[in-house]
Design a protein around this ligand. Structure first.
Ligand code: ATP
Ligand code: MG
Length: 474
């Protein structure tokens, strides 16, 4: 397999007998070199209250428990509750197998082949119920599959201790026990929460080989939780970052949305950049920023800050606008380069968009419905510079006008001329149609009148754009 060959080139330690065997050994080691040491934190020594746990999750926990199975709230929910945050979802870990879970809940469906899970559905809420995963032996009994150190299937059941050590970060391996409301901490997660430090469970090198997306999770969680990434967990990013090229693009799309559309987009972006991971996920963005364009950085940061502000206000956001912002620098530069070489403007923009989107989608599978909108937002940008009566009215009635205009406002960071152009269009939209029409030149021929033409409407009052302004809507 080509992928395997590439991976072995990079990763295979010298002298290893066979890649498969060696990585299996490494993997086993990662699961056994940690000795879980249980610390039980009783109810009166932690802040988790059932008031803050979803009713649906509580019902699942109680039902499993009454049926004689061990049942715990686990992972991000426990971590977030201990930090005083409201969890985004509630995951349950249990000793019951997926089939046993299914027998207990009518509203349950089993999902996943590579990682079998039960989903218990309560209207819009889904409680994910996972059976404790065990160590097992790779290649031995059970259903675990490892290819070149990467876990591609993990369906061996085990004990809670085994389940704890196969999780990614120590803060993610704490269990809230519904039978006595205590928190069970097997690998020092409480300590890490106090230190505000994300530490991996086990050897970072091995854990990232098993699943390179853990590197992105480190950056995302550090940004979300305001924690630092432990030096040992950060050190392999540069050498192992290329493994992200082998991660499923659809999964990287989901992970990107979690990073940028969960209210911590700006912090996630900065963390990705600081940690050196950005270039593995968004190579074009990293390249454009590296060309030293401070205006572009400011545009991207404003775009992300606006998106975060919209999320905080409960407004809608769309991945299309976000990705249009992230990839803009590269699209713009490629299009401008082609135009400078004499290519027709419309064609240059279309080709630049197709090229940049094509490259990005090899990493992050952005669905077509979003790339289509991105391409429209970009291709409408040069049309804002054509201030002729017919063209202005045609642009204003374009279905993607609003998004493209919001994007234009973001581009105020690019130059004073761009800021003026944004202000012109903001003002133009507020004028009655006949007043606007009278103020605009009729134009005609092949010579579009640009925004600086003398016949522009009265100048709007100057207004500084702040994060939280309305860019970002589509
Ligand atoms: P959030 O829900 O805030 O995004 P989370 O940590 O809950 O963060 P989930 O994707 O919901 O993330 O995963 C739930 C739990 O499953 C994690 O806390 C962790 O214990 C475990 N987990 C998730 N992804 C991995 C992974 N790639 N490797 C090992 N364990 C993982
Ligand atoms: Mg979660």
């Amino acid at each position: 397999m080509v992928r395997g060959a590439v991976r072995r080139d990079i990763l295979q330690p010298k002298g290893a007998a066979s890649p498969r065997k060696d990585s299996d050994r490494l993997n086993l080691q990662s699961r056994t070199d940690i000795t879980p040491t249980l610390r039980i934190i009783p109810r009166d020594q932690h802040i988790i209250s059932r008031k803050n746990i979803s009713k649906a999750a509580l019902r699942v926990l109680y039902r499993l428990n009454e049926a004689g199975y061990a049942a715990y709230l686990v992972g991000g929910a426990v971590r977030d509750l201990l930090l005083g945050l409201q969890p985004k979802d509630f995951d349950v870990a249990t000793s019951a197998t997926p089939d046993e879970v299914k027998k207990l809940f009518r509203n349950c469906r089993l999902i996943g082949r590579r990682f079998r899970l039960a989903h218990v559905v309560f209207g819009p809420e889904i409680i994910e119920v996972a059976t404790f995963r065990g160590l097992g032996e790779a290649g031995g009994e059970g259903d675990r599959h490892i290819i070149d150190g990467r876990i591609v299937r993990d369906n061996i059941w085990g004990t809670i201790e085994e389940d704890a050590v196969r999780r990614d970060f120590r803060v993610n391996a704490m269990y809230y026990d519904i039978s006595d409301f205590s928190v069970r901490d097997y690998v020092g997660g409480m300590q890490d929460l106090e230190d505000r430090m994300l530490r991996l469970i086990g050897d970072p090198d091995i854990r990232y080989h098993e699943d390179p997306v853990r590197m992105l999770r480190a950056a995302r969680l550090a940004a979300k939780l305001g924690m630092r990434i432990d030096a040992a967990a950060m050190a392999p990013f540069e050498t192992l970052g290329p493994l992200l090229a082998d991660a499923a693009p659809a999964r990287l799309f989901d992970e990107s949305l979690k990073m940028f559309l969960s209210g911590n987009g700006l912090r996630s972006f900065r963390m990705l950049e600081q940690s050196g991971l950005l270039k593995f996920l968004f190579p074009a963005t990293a390249r454009a920023l590296k060309r030293g364009d401070e205006a572009l950085r400011s545009l991207v940061e404003h775009g992300l800050a606006n998106t975060d502000a919209r999320i905080a206000e409960g407004k809608s956001v769309t991945p299309a606008f976000l990705f249009a912002v992230l990839l803009w620098g590269e699209v713009r530069d490629v299009a401008h380069g082609a135009i400078a070489r004499g290519q027709d403007s419309t064609e240059a923009w279309a080709r630049a968009a197709a090229q940049v989107v094509g490259e990005q989608c090899q990493r992050v599978a952005i669905p077509r419905r979003f790339t289509f909108t991105m391409e429209e937002i970009w291709s409408l940008q040069p049309r804002f510079e054509q201030i002729q009566r017919k063209r202005v009215f045609r642009l204003m009635t374009h279905p993607r006008f609003r998004a493209a205009f919001d994007f234009l406002l973001l581009r105020a960071d690019e130059s004073p001329a761009m800021r003026e152009l944004g202000q012109w269009w903001a003002h133009a939209q507020q004028l009655p149609q006949d007043v606007l029409a009278a103020a605009l030149p009729a134009g005609g021929g092949n010579d579009p009148v640009v925004a600086s033409a003398p016949a522009k409407p009265p100048r709007p009052r100057r207004r500084r754009r702040r994060p939280g302004d309305k860019s970002g809507s589509v």
